[in-house]
Design a protein around this ligand. Structure first.
Ligand code: SAM
Ligand code: SF4
Ligand code: SF4
Length: 344
């Protein structure tokens, strides 16, 4: 990665949280229709995805990332939609890797388009790590969850391709939904603890407005931990940095670790250091935001003589989001941005 940025001022929000991560959604499109994210009934053939002209170009994304780096962001994560449906993504990775101050570039993908060649190209361009989403090792369960009949074996091939390319440590994200894939918790842990992969269980979240979320569908972090811990004893690992979202646990027999992302039952807004850029250039300061700041208009207005870094600093400085901490006190539903739009 390139050296230090010129203007390194730590930027904190109204709750004293520093900015350290930028998540970049490179597309709102996806070739899966996971029922908890893009249910077919909503994201069907009549759904209007963003036309190409409305999506930020690689140059525009890079410009935004440069300004974030100047404000203290050190980590970038590419997401979507499915990031690999965007062509030539390695070109974007190469531009981002050249930004002074950026220390880590990662990607979250469903793995369906991650061939060995693509994995190597991404690594060579400067991608450091990859997270692949996989909700079960049972083909019937997984096919029903992704709702396009995509088989488990091809995602396992993608994970192997990522490992071979050195995009390590590879992480696997498993969203746990009650009555749907709870029985897959132990087989997933058994498989990945032997494979050098860090499995992260994610509590099913109420992102967006289309997945019909109910609290009763959530399998809590405690239940997940008890389920895995009753098979293999675990001990907690201290966080390595502030703002770490996954609670980490080590297998006492030395076979690796798991993580649990408990954003419903154990919210972590207090350390939330992430900004999120949607594919069309809306900047969100919370995963559960109702509206974003329109950076695309700013970037494309030839008359706008704006200091982007100062503008982003002013947005972060006014931030007070803590949706997950307030969720349980919420009595009326609020409209929220969709997960496929903002990228998780
Ligand atoms: N398409 C890519 C993928 O699935 O990895 C990247 C985008 S996806 C929105 C990012 C992550 O969000 C995935 O790991 C996915 O499982 C997770 N996710 C989506 N909807 C969720 C929900 N309702 N609750 C918890 N996690 C969710
Ligand atoms: Fe697509 Fe990822 Fe959402 Fe599944 S979770 S529908 S793969 S964006
Ligand atoms: Fe951050 Fe918002 Fe999630 Fe809280 S609810 S951890 S502020 S993204």
């Amino acid at each position: 990665m390139a050296g230090k940025p010129k203007d390194t001022t730590t930027t904190t929000d109204l709750l004293g949280r520093a900015l350290s991560d930028l998540r970049i959604s490179v597309t709102d499109r996806c070739n899966f229709r996971c029922r908890y994210c893009m249910p077919k009934e909503v994201f069907g053939s009549a759904y209007h995805f963003l036309p190409r002209a409305e999506i930020l170009t690689f140059e525009e994304i890079t410009r935004v990332a440069q300004s974030f780096a100047a404000l203290g962001a050190r980590k970038l994560r590419l997401t979507g939609g499915e990031p690999l449906v965007r062509r030539d993504l390695e070109h974007l990775v190469a531009s981002l890797a050249a930004i002074p101050g950026i220390e880590d570039i990662a990607m979250t993908t469903n793995g369906s388009l991650l061939t060995a060649t693509k994995a190597r190209a991404l690594k060579e361009a400067g991608l450091g790590r990859i997270t692949v989403s996989l909700d079960s090792l049972d083909d019937d369960v997984f096919k029903s969850m992704n709702d396009v009949g995509f088989p488990v074996a091809r995602v396992l091939d993608a994970i192997a391709a990522a490992q071979e390319a050195g995009l390590t440590p590879v992480k696997v994200n498993m969203v746990v939904k009650r009555g749907i894939n709870q029985a897959s918790i132990v087989p997933m842990a058994a498989h990945f603890r032997d494979a050098g992969v860090i499995l992260r269980f994610i509590e099913y979240m109420d992102v967006g407005n289309s997945n019909g979320w109910q609290l009763t569908d959530v399998v809590s972090a405690k239940e997940i931990l008890d389920t895995v811990g009753s098979e293999w004893p675990l001990e907690p690992i201290a966080p390595t940095r502030p703002g770490e979202v996954a609670r980490r646990y080590r297998f006492l027999d030395g076979k690796g670790e798991i993580g649990i992302i408990a954003s419903v039952t154990q919210p972590f807004c207090g350390g939330c250091s992430r900004a999120r850029l949607s594919a069309e250039g809306l900047l969100y300061t919370c995963l559960f935001g109702t509206s974003g700041h329109d950076l695309r208009t700013v970037l494309r207005d030839p008359k706008a003589d704006i200091d982007l870094t100062a503008y982003l600093r002013s947005i972060w400085a006014r931030r007070s989001d803590r949706y997950s901490e307030l969720r349980t006190a919420q009595t009326t539903p609020v409209p929220k941005v969709e997960m496929s739009h903002i990228g998780g």
